[in-house]
Design a protein around this ligand. Structure first.
Ligand code: CO
Length: 190
């Protein structure tokens, strides 16, 4: 076995050497680098991105430049993606709290900021307290927000679509302390 393998290897090496000698010097360097550079990137990118996005997206139903979303007693929104039609001038988000817990224990609102501002806006809103919807007074990073509601209540907010057309990505989230870790989603104009 070892001898046969060695002979085969030697034969292959000779064959390869023969090929390399005959082929033009420019042919191999040109062919090799593109193959190693381009092959891994396209193969990995679609494979990783497509299943993740498809499996996790819970898209809000949008009609007449408006959508209705729900928050519950389990600290969840029922959607994590809102697509705003570019044809809309204004957009309305109606929030319903489908649970029964009071606002002080399980309050929900919808706050829109850039993705980059979300964490700091949520943190800065905590000292404001429940009476201020857990939003810092005069926080200009807040693009739009509903009031904070408890179980069985509703709230809505209407804002100009132009405010989220450029400069994103943007997120919507609940600013009740701790909720933005899970109660969040993307909002984009398409
Ligand atoms: Co909440």
């Amino acid at each position: 076995m070892n001898i046969r393998l060695t002979m085969l290897t030697a034969a292959c090496a000779l064959a390869l050497a023969g090929c390399a000698d005959k082929s033009a010097p420019t042919a191999e360097p040109e062919a090799a680098p593109p193959a190693t550079e381009t092959a891994p990137a396209p193969a990995e990118a679609p494979a990783a991105a497509t299943p993740e996005v498809a499996a996790d997206v819970k898209a809000a139903v949008v009609a007449d430049c408006s959508t209705e979303i729900q928050g519950n007693d389990a600290m969840q929104f029922n959607v994590n993606s809102i697509t705003v039609p570019a044809s809309c001038t204004d957009f309305t988000i109606k929030l319903t709290h489908s649970g029964t817990m009071p606002v002080a224990a399980m309050g929900h609102n919808v706050v829109i900021t850039t993705q980059a501002d979300m964490a700091t806006v949520a943190a800065d809103g905590i000292p404001a307290g429940v009476a201020s919807d857990y939003i810092k007074a005069g926080d200009t990073r807040v693009i739009a927000h509903t009031k904070l509601i408890g179980g069985g209540e509703n709230a809505s907010v209407t804002f100009p679509v132009a405010k989220i057309k450029d400069g994103g990505p943007y997120e919507f989230f609940c600013s009740f302390p701790g909720h933005s870790a899970v109660m969040k989603g993307t909002i984009a104009v398409l």
